[in-house]
Design a binder for this molecule. Sequence first.
Ligand SMILES: O=P(O)(O)OC[C@H]1O[C@H](OP(=O)(O)O)[C@H](O)[C@@H]1O
Length: 339
Amino acid sequence: MVTGEPSVVPAVESTAEDISEMRIRGAATIADAAAAALATQADRSAADTPAAFRRELRTAARTLYETRPTAVSLPNALRYVLRGVDGDTVAALRTSTIERAESFQRDLAAAQDTLGEIGANRLRDGDVVMTHCHSTDALSCLEAALESGTELEAIVKETRPRKQGHITARQLREWDVPVTLIADNAARRYLDRADHVLVGADSIAADGSVVNKIGTSGLAVNARERGVPVMVAAQTIKLHPDTMTGHTVEIEMRDERELLSDEERASITGAADADGADGDGPDAVATDDGLRVENPAFDVTPPRYVDAIVTERGQFPPESIVTLMRELFGETTDEPWET
Ligand SMILES: O=P(O)(O)OC[C@H]1O[C@H](OP(=O)(O)O)[C@H](O)[C@@H]1O
């Protein structure tokens, strides 16, 4: 928290930490948790004036906003809740914040269900779907298809470095879908067996570019070369309104230890234990050992490699998504937590 700012309730701090550490992850889940945290802030606030209540709420929103930079569902959720806060008394502000957060969460769940029904229309009996990472929007399409009796198989990419493909595989096995789990490197080989590539999104830019888990762009290029259509499942909360005015989407760089442990680093660079050869591994990561590790969490897939963006408002060719973006967000991009 920024010094001199009003305090936020502990539940907001712990949600923010859970998002940063990816104990809460996935763009839609992050948005849901952020809205819930604002409701908790409102519910437990000890503010005795409306102005103090609003200041606390803005600080809570900023604390949540500063956790992860790429999934626009997070600021979109915060903006939605904050803009609905209304009232002249603390009690009225509290009630309106909680109601607004709850309506956001209901809409989010409903949008995912509707999107799933739409996405399922693209899937045929016997289709094989290749997935990347873990996306609840993408899984919603598969769930709706399965519920209507469509039989599917899945090729699930492991998705290094955090292996979120395992979460997808677990969910699909719970639904009794035959799953082939592959290393990311094997994707091009297995595209020969796939009828669709299905991924989610953390942000969609105004030109139809899809920002999603690192590795999506390479998969999409390979899929185009193999003639396999790429379908992106993304609720409209993933549309990034700032990109209409030329802003770019920040790509989160995560801790290098997700790729390389301290011990692995030492084995590459030959660094010795700082406290001697005691056999318990290095005590500190050398910063001048000539080895740089970079760990971007996301990449950008240009619209020409995407066949359809499936939203709860229908499916769109990526190049036309800006029309929907303008309709839903207008041109305003001011952030209520910055005022
Ligand atoms: O909203 P849903 O569809 O669940 O997830 C959307 C995207 O969020 C995830 O990011 P991370 O795992 O939080 O870094 C993945 O990139 C996934 O495709």
